[in-house]
Write a protein that binds this ligand. Structure first.
Ligand SMILES: [Zn+2]
Length: 264
């Protein structure tokens, strides 16, 4: 049973999520049950009274500051490609409680739907976005193959990869002004991964989970998708050069400097 009615704004949010899911499936970023996404829609439901009395509370320790949030989130084990045609098959809406020790599913909790196992990462990023007042309300995690492939490299010059991706074409530098950060491997769903991801996104546009995937946050899901898409484009160009036996030259220091003026 649903405890809320979807209003027009939430329906629009779902439409954008469906659109982004279609793009990600076409691009091969969300195989099987890979990837997850969420949107902080607390502000879209302020007018609606939610009757918590009859709702089951799923007990879990929430990240600090994540009380009283309403979040549209993809389901654990769900296939994101299904979002493109039928969001009800892959997403639910949760309301976190005021004690910070649990949440209730207020829309689409039937058939045992539970939020993604990366819920802690999503909530921590939403809390951070609220603290920063940066206008970002969505979080996207997907498996873009080029960025993942590059994250497997751990040679002495691995730390130069983010800078090289910036130099693959001007748009990477322009659209990702804070750049791409490669984070060391951590267990999926762990609180360590959630902490380092929320912290890193303060200083980068796209965080890459080593040997796993990428995470970005945007004002809507399309913006978050675009950030990862541009980063992945840089990775694909870089890898295409290497596969073709070309050592990519990359934009020169002078060209990068010139771009800085353009960005400013
Ligand atoms: Zn993943």
């Amino acid at each position: 049973m649903n405890s809320i009615k979807l209003n027009k704004q939430i329906a629009e949010e779902l439409e954008k999520i469906s659109e982004a899911a279609g793009y990600m499936w076409q691009k091969g970023w969300i195989e099987s049950n890979g990837g997850n996404l969420s949107a902080d829609i607390t502000h879209l439901l302020q007018e609606q009274e939610i009757d918590f009395k009859n709702l089951e509370i799923i007990k879990t320790q929430l990240p600090a500051g994540a009380e009283n949030l309403i979040v549209l989130v993809t389901g654990k084990g769900c296939r994101l490609r299904e979002l493109a045609k039928n969001p009800e098959k892959a997403a639910c809406i949760i309301a976190t409680n005021s004690n910070g020790d649990g949440y209730s599913i207020i829309w689409n909790g039937r058939n045992g739907m539970k939020p993604t196992s990366e819920l802690a990462s999503h909530l921590k990023i939403h809390v951070s976005n609220r603290q920063q007042k940066n206008g970002k309300s969505t979080v996207l995690h997907a498996h873009p193959p080029g960025l993942i492939a590059l994250s497997h490299y751990s040679g002495a010059d691995a730390d130069k990869i983010p800078q090289m991706l910036w130099r693959m074409m001007p748009e990477v530098r322009i659209y990702l002004p804070k750049g791409i950060l490669f984070l060391s491997y951590r267990t999926p769903g762990s609180s360590e991964l959630a902490d380092i991801t929320a912290e890193s996104l303060l200083n980068c546009d796209v965080a890459v989970w080593k040997k796993h995937g990428a995470v970005a946050s945007g004002k809507d899901i399309i913006e978050a998708f675009d950030l990862i898409d541009v980063a992945e484009k840089g990775a694909q160009i870089y890898l295409s050069c290497l596969k073709s036996g070309i050592e990519p030259e990359g934009l020169s220091d002078a060209e990068m400097k010139d771009l800085e003026k353009f960005i400013a």
